[in-house]
Write a protein that binds this ligand. Structure first.
Ligand code: CP
Ligand code: NVA
Length: 303
């Protein structure tokens, strides 16, 4: 079983397991004894790298980072890379420039391949976000407003909402909204029908929201589009004034890294409504749950 998209995993089971792991870490201290996680990062990372590394170490396993982003760049084919890594390791974690690199590894890998972020999705982040929302607001009748660029993070969030029944509204400038293919996939995986409210007016999306979420306007690898994007996203900053359109007890979320003064005003991300470090903390518990589910693919565990 691979974990390339949030739709590849049983979200309610992984959240229950993450809660159990969070409540009682010592119970899982040997759960991955002698198992090894090999990691390849084509892009920089603080939270994903550290949380996966600690997750496997705290459960008795090993973490090995292959210092070679070149591994996914024609050094050898994906078949040989994936099969060689599988001779030593039990999981392969990869943060890639192109989602197709993950698909190529997964197509040949005898061990589970985990998406540590691609241009298409960031499923581990969305799971930590669901855990954070479920702790702060519950997942029932909860509205998430995503205001900003439709990217890897918002794609996984959109699918997460479809899978869990969270209501979602997205505000983005023209040409930066969710793709047809991700909306189609969200409709296909939704249990009870799914609508995404789309607008180019941030206050409309934020109205009565329980959660206001944003991410970078210029994601890693998009630096050459920065000038054009910064112009297009003028007026999309999450300010205190915009937060006031949401419910009074709404939380602010951001996967981090944040660009203060661009997608979010410093007083919002550093203010009392901000849940960004709860999100960051939850990455650890969710990564543990993901590794446990992938290492124990018995019916009833990840079915
Ligand atoms: N949110 C997140 O994935 O952070 P890093 O890029 O630091 O891993
Ligand atoms: N959308 C951002 C997320 C970083 C965790 C990026 O891809 O750079």
């Amino acid at each position: 079983m691979n974990f390339l998209s949030i739709t590849d995993i049983n979200v309610s089971k992984v959240l229950s397991l993450a809660k159990a792991v969070k409540e009682n870490p010592p119970t899982y201290a040997h759960a991955l004894k002698h198992k090894a996680l090999a990691a390849i990062f084509e892009k920089s990372s603080t939270r994903t790298k550290l949380s996966f590394q600690l997750a496997v170490l705290q459960m008795g396993g090993y973490y090995i980072e292959l210092g070679g982003a070149h591994l996914l760049n024609g050094h050898e084919d994906a078949h040989d890379t994936a099969n060689s890594i599988a001779q030593y390791a039990d999981f392969l974690l990869a943060r890639v420039n192109s989602h197709s690199s993950l698909e190529a590894l997964a197509a040949h890998s005898p061990i589970p391949v985990i998406n540590a972020l691609s241009n298409l999705e960031h499923p581990c982040q969305a799971l930590a976000d669901l855990l954070t929302i479920s702790e702060s607001k519950g997942l029932h009748k909860t509205k998430l407003a995503y205001i900003g660029d439709s990217n890897n993070v918002s794609n996984s969030l959109l699918l997460a909402c479809a899978l869990t029944g969270l209501e979602i509204a997205i505000a983005s400038p023209a040409n930066y909204g969710p793709s047809k293919s991700i909306i189609k996939k969200a409709s296909e995986v939704a249990n009870n029908g799914f609508t995404v409210n789309r607008t180019n007016k941030p206050p409309e999306a934020a109205a009565d929201a329980d959660v206001v979420y944003t991410d970078a306007w210029v994601s890693m690898g998009q630096e050459n589009e920065a000038e054009q994007k910064l112009k297009a996203f003028k007026g999309f900053q999450i300010t205190q004034e915009l937060m006031e359109c949401a419910k009074p007890d709404a939380i602010f979320m951001h996967c981090l890294p944040a660009h203060k003064g661009l997608e979010v005003a410093p007083d919002v991300i550093e203010g009392p409504q901000s849940a960004v470090f709860q999100q960051a903390a939850n990455r650890l518990h969710v990564q543990k749950a993901v590794l446990l589910m992938l290492s124990n693919p018995k019916p009833g565990v990840n079915a």
